[in-house]
Design a protein around this ligand. Sequence first.
Ligand SMILES: *Cc1c(COP(=O)(O)O)cnc(C)c1O
Length: 406
Amino acid sequence: MTNSREEHIQIPEPDLDGMSLDTLAVRAGQIRTGQLEHSDAIFPTSSFVYNSAAQAAARFGGEEPGNIYSRFTNPTVQAFENRIAAMEGGERAVATASGMAAILSTCMALLQAGDHVICSRGVFGTTNVLLEKYLGKFGVETTFVSLTDMAAWQQAVTPATRMLFIETPSNPLCEVADMAALAGLARSIDALFVVDNCFCTPVLQKPLEQGADIVVHSATKYLDGQGRCVGGVVVGPSRYLDEVYSFIRSAGPALSPFNAWVFQKGLETLPIRMRAHCDNGLQLALWLKEQPQVAEVFYAGLPEHPQHELAKRQQRGFGGIVSFRVKGGREAAWSFIDGTRMISITANLGDVKTTVTHPATTTHGRLSPEDREKAGITENLVRLSVGIEAVEDLKADLARGLAAVQ
Ligand SMILES: *Cc1c(COP(=O)(O)O)cnc(C)c1O
């Protein structure tokens, strides 16, 4: 085996033209070195070397493509970006240090002082803080409206509106937005339509195909799927993503190669994991509905869910997030949580391990009581992120929790 520079060439990518998402998840975007490794190489290096001073100058000048420094580009990060771009059906993806960095970078690159954002009320709590407190400081104003109330979206529009931002389904109440309708509104006012696709992932819905301009992800959740790394990614057309990339390169929230490698491997099992999350989610939602200690179950897969038909049209599955109200108040909800003996008590979601959260005192604890009330985050609400354990074992553990509710 030699170690010459010439050996580290890339071999052509496999021809994946027209292939399905399941195949893209396993094959798209791999970068092979001259060692012809079957699995994905990892490049934990901060910088890259050149054959000559002239080559260094050409790289810096942009005349010759190639890596310079891992805040700009890194082959492992690019492999992850190319794979998720192929899966979302986007022209370009840019990875970020976290899901929040993906949202921040999108806003910083594509908004300016004086712009107005309309955002759905139930978004991830930190997204709320970012838009209201920090972007507000730089003259970007945000109006929060109900995810499912189209009239409210239309009424919130001002001449300065430049971005509509949603998560669908919402966390934790699983409301579903009509993406085609919101995309139509965005087009009619020349605003960007940004969708946080964390809960469905491209396996269950592809917002870009439904009219979204940009998709953002917390890769920390389902894309990793095993709770190992924090990261994010932005996907969309190059005319926007080039700007997002330029911001990340200047501001610095780039993804580390190690995390990118973990996410790249995570994507390989994403389709089969999502199917297992959906199967278990639906079975537990149906089961919970029958339990005497349960007052109400929130899951778009249930026929009585107000957006069930929309979810069926728009999604290829209903996902793994199931929320429900226990009969009683906070004490009942906490008794249920503490009564389980296998499920993890943690605010994280999207893991192969089932997790349970009390939103009112954790993920949504920073909201004022009035805002919590408006968002339907009551004291008796419990959120499950259903994992891929045997569904009978999950029912048994949930039954232990419910037995502890007085
Ligand atoms: C977790 C999460 C985020 C933030 O992602 P981080 O990786 O924690 O920064 C954004 N949106 C949604 C829907 C999330 O669940």
